[in-house]
Design a protein around this ligand. Sequence first.
Ligand code: ADP
Length: 721
Amino acid sequence: MSLATAPRPLRAVLIANRGEIACRVIRTARRLGLRTIAVYSDADARARHVREADEAIRLGPPAAGESYLAIDKVIQAAQRSGADAIHPGYGFLSENAEFVAACDAAEIIFIGPPASAIAAMGDKAAAKARMAQAGVPLVPGYHGEAQDDALLRKEAGKIGYPVLLKASAGGGGKGMRVVESEREFQAALDGCRRESRAAFGDERMLIEKYLTQPRHVEVQVFCDSLGAGVYLFERDCSVQRRHQKVLEEAPAPHLPEALRREMGEAAVRAAQEIGYVGAGTVEFLLDAAAETAQGSGSPFYFMEMNTRLQVEHPVTEMISGEDLVEWQLRVAAGLALPKAQNELTLTGHAIEARLYAEDPDNDFLPATGKLLRFALPLASADSHGRVRLDSGVEAGDTVTMHYDPMLAKLIVHGEDRGQALAEMARALAALDISGVTTNRRFLQRLVTHPDFIAARLDTRFIEHHHDDLFAAPQATDADIARAALVAIDQLTRDQLARSHIDGAPRTDDPWQRRDGWRLNAPRRLRLAFQETDGSSTYEVIATQALTQGLAQEPAQATWQLQVQRDGEETSRLAEQCQRLDSDTLALTLDGHRQRLFARLDPTSEGDAIVLTAAGQESRLIWRRADRADHLPQEAEAKLTAPMHGTVVALLVEPGQTVEKGTPLVVVEAMKMEHTLSAPADGAVEAFHVAVGDAVAQGDELLAFTNAEAMTNAGADTSGDN
Ligand code: ADP
């Protein structure tokens, strides 16, 4: 049945949110024939969700309180645009009972549960009491009314330490503290009360047994307004940092079928107990310790219910083949659930990774900036592909500091968990993103961690594996050698690009070439790299191997590479590099051919060469000698044309030794002469140009050998050695 002719007709929907979830809702609403209306703050006037909606209405200034959280403004926007319904997404107003009441008063359909259901789950203590009534298992604990210190301490003792103190009115991990022993109890209680009073204006506490190795397993439920309720299986969201989910997967690994059913049915009971309508999530803690002890009763405990669509809903969509936003819209229109419990099937395995604009190596500091590149070549936007990218941004967009730093969600589906993991590693590697720091490398370390691969999960996974996940980057010789080949490839391409700009005819005549090729003399480069944190510096001396007859195209040449770490030569490698397409290279390192993705991210210290091979990312800063802003002070030894022009004089002979400051070449441009002088004491090994040649800005004019060392990075030096 069409939504327009449903019991509660839907023709136009306003999405009271932004970013990826607004884009996600727009996609399904449009497919179902609805007119879509976005809202925006001034910071989002040109945001992707605004561009994608049919219409968009300005709410106000960037601050969420004056825009996305301003109930009256959102209601007015719905009235003005003639929206029949409001989809709140997640966060913002999605679990705000007052907002639901305002929608009701304005006779606009709120796409979500009734205000009473939100309120019932809003208070943790009250919710636990209701759940106990419905026969949903609870973590052993205390959630009573009486709150005097002595009584709470006695209850904690009865439960047995460690215990967890939680603010009854809490959320987002605030007002929550683990207490290891009775001695710490009073101080923790005082601290929690203070936090809770400040954050929620309420200081009631509840106490729970603190489970030391729990998994976070949550069940997706759906209820319609006609009284039916189903569960769409579960998700494991154990990988969290500071109670924020990072990876989510469905189904939960190693969950016995009987337990799946038991948890699913308990979740539906929980929802129906509070008269729930729409999409909801019942969160449980699965006690990994009890799980292994046979016959110890239900090892799962109710934690809370989220009365909205979750960030991680796509993994459920992938294993169930259902579109949860479509279900939400149908239920809101007063229609029955599309499927009954026995019609729902679970196929394969799905994993989601949250891509944040943040720096995991710097305490997850949010990052801002302009996204120069943002694409995932393998992704499809619908839930039927194996790789899905739900994103609220595109290349060219600016990430601001006003809102949540989540850029996108990467979701993959495989026939089993192993295949999904492989798919995720591949997709993370293929993600082409630059301009803004992201947690991609952290995600890669997570999904390739042996304990994650083995599904040894618990909510302190990141904490327990801290050393592996935050290891200081240390490039291997092979990493450095690979980066050197990418740098050489880039230098070669820059040079080709320049000769095109120049308009110089491209010819295979070696005498016309200005890329450093010369007869019987190997081309030699020195390249400088450093770790992104500046902890180590590396140098590579690359010598192009001589081949019979004419030299090969530089991009396919074989290079002998000497890797030096802090001045010590560590290895010699023979490598060959072949560019396959704009971001894929085939590198052969001592006979081992590997395909890898390579990209250059500009940074303040130099270009970061980001390489991804076999799902692992390595990152090195290339201190490029032909970029003044990347140069260390002493490295001005490059001798490139300062502008487009004509060579009018060569002032010394090839092979001549010169002192620093000796004039070497004169270039004329726009009737002005510019003289290039020797940057240091040394020798002019060869000129790459002759009098009368046209040169482009940046062209290497000659090969110069510094008396002390060779000329720095990127500049050709002739074939001594
Ligand atoms: P909030 O509403 O503030 O997010 P929750 O009650 O949802 O608080 O708990 C947040 C997280 O804290 C859970 O995902 C879980 O990782 C951890 N947690 C909650 N209760 C317990 C418990 N009894 N034992 C161990 N960990 C818990």
